[in-house]
Design a protein around this ligand. Structure first.
Ligand SMILES: Nc1ncnc2c1ncn2[C@@H]1O[C@H](COP(=O)(O)OP(=O)(O)O)[C@@H](O)[C@H]1O
Ligand SMILES: [Mg+2]
Ligand SMILES: [Zn+2]
Length: 555
């Protein structure tokens, strides 16, 4: 007996069995129950998430000998014929190979005749976006006056390529990627039924690699089971060349804490084991995004679609640093990713990108980090003491292990970057100081004396060009502008004192195109709708950067 691959053997036969497409199942079941099935549907979505499967279940629901019923029996003649693809009334047409208009004409001829043995004739057109314009036009004619017993299901991964005229005559049901947990559950059910000995960690890994596609998950499960009788996460990792969460956590931990030696050693280890750095980079990016969300919400359960082992690692790693820091890392990783992907020597680019990011831990504010990433050196006062020689035991292992089991923050954890007042430049000797440094020193004093004023100044854009300091506020910030203007005399006195010479300090409230950095950051980071917030954030953190700070592109 030939081996039937799991993906085919375990194709769901009922709406009940369909995993992760509950909304669609509900809509279709309801349509069948009340007899209001549309003449044409578009099932859109990524590959392997159940479009064809659902089309067949719908066909069974309509043509089951006990039906139409939302719960087709699966065993009657009609149901079994649909399952094994021999039903006369259900035609599966591959849009990719039947792009010609003739096929559709032929189809139009055929739809005139009533269903052979059942109530409905169902045409499932797979990869429908591949049909030619002429074929679409022919199809459109049928859709304009659909015979009562005919149902079309157009399945496509690219609904945007379906002409609007066709779209508007179909009910559009978008299929989603399936949640990791749902995939793991289904895999567990199948593994148990098949007598496959596999750990939860391994299933989680398979599911993660499938990226929301059930077909891919089942294909991967087939692959790993053909190699070993009992499977653990380690085996899956090796077999599929996957990145494991602990390695990602170790690498990101080294970046966060600025342990450049560990980064270099970690990358060497990755290359030695034949890891594709482009894949690793992408995984690191996703992992950092998950870390940011974890840092924001504290407990990612129910917010992030990650397995239990990744969740634990994220929670402990998130304690290492601030939201701001992780956000910056993420936005720069996003920019470095295409550079790594297209690099001739990905290792060099990857190393550079991570080492550069690891410098970030030394700077106390987001602005400093922006400056560094933009290629300038930071204002002197913000340089933390030189990095202490690395002594953690983690240094000796590559990549550094993450201390995650305890659930508490690792001992080596640095608190989120704090100001280092010790480094304030001495006013007496500072007459030749660059204005930028003067301003940074002044700001620090202001912060000590009036945090509110400091905060208000930070809301503006400060420029130290042309030998003068300008604090620019945009239209919506008049409250800040007014109160900073009121304090200008004392700000000027302070600046003059530090600079040892008179410096012009002005407040400008012209309309500015730029929105305040803090405003943006806050909008993004505090938004309770985390998923949306993150999208917003991803899109905007780049805006926050000054135009000359596009770090990452040129690494
Ligand atoms: N939502 C799902 N629930 C359970 N199994 C699924 C689901 N989606 C896909 N599968 C599995 O993947 C295989 C291929 O699914 P299919 O419906 O052909 O995907 P699509 O048409 O979206 O590319 C099915 O035979 C089934 O084993
Ligand atoms: Mg399909
Ligand atoms: Zn039946």
């Amino acid at each position: 007996m030939s081996y039937l691959v799991l993906a085919r053997k375990w194709r769901p036969n009922t709406f009940e069995e369909l995993t992760g497409q509950e909304a669609i199942a509900r809509i279709l079941r309801n349509a069948v129950s009340v007899g209001k099935v549309a003449h044409a549907y578009i099932f859109s979505g990524p590959r392997g998430v159940g479009k064809t499967t659902t089309a067949r279940i719908l066909a069974k629901a309509l043509n089951c000998e006990n039906g139409p019923t939302p719960d087709p029996c699966g065993t009657c003649r009609s149901c079994s014929a649909i399952t094994d693809g021999s039903s006369m009334d259900v035609a599966e047409i591959d849009g990719a190979s039947n792009t010609g208009v003739d096929n559709i004409r032929d189809l139009r001829e055929r739809v005139k005749y009533a269903a052979a043995s059942s109530q409905y004739k169902i045409y499932i057109i797979d990869e429908a976006h591949m049909l030619s314009t002429a074929a679409f036009n022919a199809l459109l004619k049928t859709l304009e006056e659909p015979p009562p017993h005919v149902i079309f299901v157009l399945a496509t991964t690219e609904p945007k390529k379906i002409p609007a005229t066709v779209l508007s005559r179909c009910q559009h049901l978008p299929f989603r990627r399936i949640a990791l947990k749902a995939i793991v559950q289904r895999l567990r059910q199948i593994a148990t039924a098949e007598g496959i000995d596999i750990t939860d960690g391994a299933l989680e890994m398979v599911a993660r690699a499938a990226e929301g596609g059930m077909r891919d998950a089942l294909t991967l499960l087939d692959q790993v089971t053909s190699f070993a009788d009992s499977i653990t996460a380690d085996e899956v990792k090796d077999l599929l060349g996957l990145t494991d969460t602990e390695n990602l956590a170790a690498m990101l931990g080294a970046v966060i804490e600025g342990r450049s030696r560990d980064i270099v050693a970690g990358i060497a280890e990755l290359t030695d084991t034949g890891m594709d750095l482009k894949v690793y980079m992408r995984d690191l990016l996703t992992f950092t995004r998950n870390l940011l969300i974890t840092r924001i919400v504290g407990e990612p359960e129910g917010v992030l679609d990650v397995g239990e082992s990744e969740r634990a690692v994220l929670v402990s790693l998130a304690k290492l640093t601030s939201e701001e820091h992780i956000a910056l890392l993420l936005s720069d990783l996003i920019k470095a990713e295409p550079a790594v992907r297209s690099a001739l020597y990905p290792r060099v680019v990857f190393e550079m990108a991570l080492l550069r990011l690891s410098l970030m831990h030394r700077f106390t504010s987001i602005d400093d980090a922006f400056r560094v990433l933009g290629g300038e050196s930071p204002a002197p006062r913000k340089l933390a003491p030189p990095a202490t020689p690395y002594t953690s035991p983690a240094a000796r292992k590559t990549p550094p292990p993450v201390e995650k089991k305890t659930g508490e923050a690792p001992r080596s954890a640095k608190p989120s970057p704090a100001p280092t007042p010790a480094a304030v430049p001495k006013p007496a000797t500072a007459s030749g100081m660059p204005l930028e440094a003067v301003w940074q020193a002044a700001l620090q004093r202001i912060d000590k004396e009036s945090h509110l004023l400091f905060f208000r100044i930070q809301e503006g854009e400060v420029s130290c060009e042309g030998g003068e300091i300008t604090i620019l506020f945009n239209g919506g910030q008049s409250v800040h502008a007014d109160s900073v203007t009121e304090s200008l005399p004392s700000i000027r006195a302070l600046v003059n004192e530090i600079a040892g010479r008179p410096v012009r300090v002005t407040v400008d409230t012209r309309e500015s195109k730029t929105v305040s950095k803090t405003e943006l950051k806050e909008q993004a980071l505090r938004n309770p709708l985390i998923r949306e917030a993150l999208e917003l954030f991803d899109g905007r953190i780049m805006d926050v950067k000054p135009a000359n700070s596009q770090g990452g592109d040129h690494v």
